[in-house]
Structures are given as structure tokens and as C-alpha cells.
Write a new protein. Structure first.
Ligand SMILES: [Zn+2]
Length: 110
């Protein structure tokens, strides 16, 4: 049982690294796109490949490292509904995800 948990932590560590690589890949792709717009370089499809590959890697690593039941929640797309108001700060509202129950506090947006 103990080793099983350790294995999951090791896997999460690996995919957290992958998340960083994926983010860097997207960032590089975006920067190359901006540079390409200046027509300094002619990189054809390289920026798009970097961005798409980065996104795919990012979603895969999010799906593996997050443990929410719903797939959309795992990639951070929660469906928040307002459930309460903060007891100490009146401007803060408490939101809860309909699917996984994750809570967050936020200022009400108008
Ligand atoms: Zn959720």
C-alpha cells in the first residue's frame, strides 16, 4: 500500500515536470508566432506545432496529476456556482464547483 502511494507521487512528479515543459513549449510557440509576424524568421508551421504539442502535453499531464472525478475539472474547467458569502469579508463570495465540490472565494464580478 505504501509503495503504491509512493509510485503515484513519483508519477505526479514526472508529469509536473512535463507540465513545465509543455508550458514552455506553448510559450516558445507564441513567441515564435510574434517573431514570425515581424517576418524576421520564416518558420512555417513550427510555432503551431509547438503550441499544439504543448497543449496536448499540458492536458495529458493535468489529467494525470489532478484527481478530480470529472475530466473537465481535472483540466481546471470547474463549474462554479455561488453558494455563500464570506463571513468576515462581505465583498467576498464563496463559489463551489457543481461537479467536484471544489470551493473558491472571489470578489463578485459585475
Ligand atoms: Zn470542479
Amino acid at each position: 500500500m505504501k509503495t503504491g502511494k509512493k509510485r503515484i507521487q513519483g508519477r505526479d512528479f514526472l508529469f509536473n515536470k512535463l507540465k513545465t515543459i509543455a508550458s514552455l513549449s506553448i510559450l516558445t510557440g507564441v513567441l515564435l508566432l510574434i517573431a514570425n509576424a515581424d517576418e524576421t524568421f520564416n518558420l512555417y508551421k513550427v510555432p503551431y506545432i509547438l503550441i499544439i504539442a504543448g497543449f496536448v502535453l499540458l492536458i495529458i499531464s493535468l489529467l494525470v496529476t489532478n484527481h478530480e472525478k470529472h475530466l473537465l475539472c481535472r483540466i481546471g474547467l470547474h463549474r462554479f456556482v455561488q453558494v455563500d458569502r464570506d463571513s468576515e469579508v462581505p465583498a467576498l463570495f464563496v463559489y463551489q464547483c457543481e461537479r467536484c465540490g471544489k470551493e473558491k472565494k472571489a470578489m463578485k464580478s459585475f
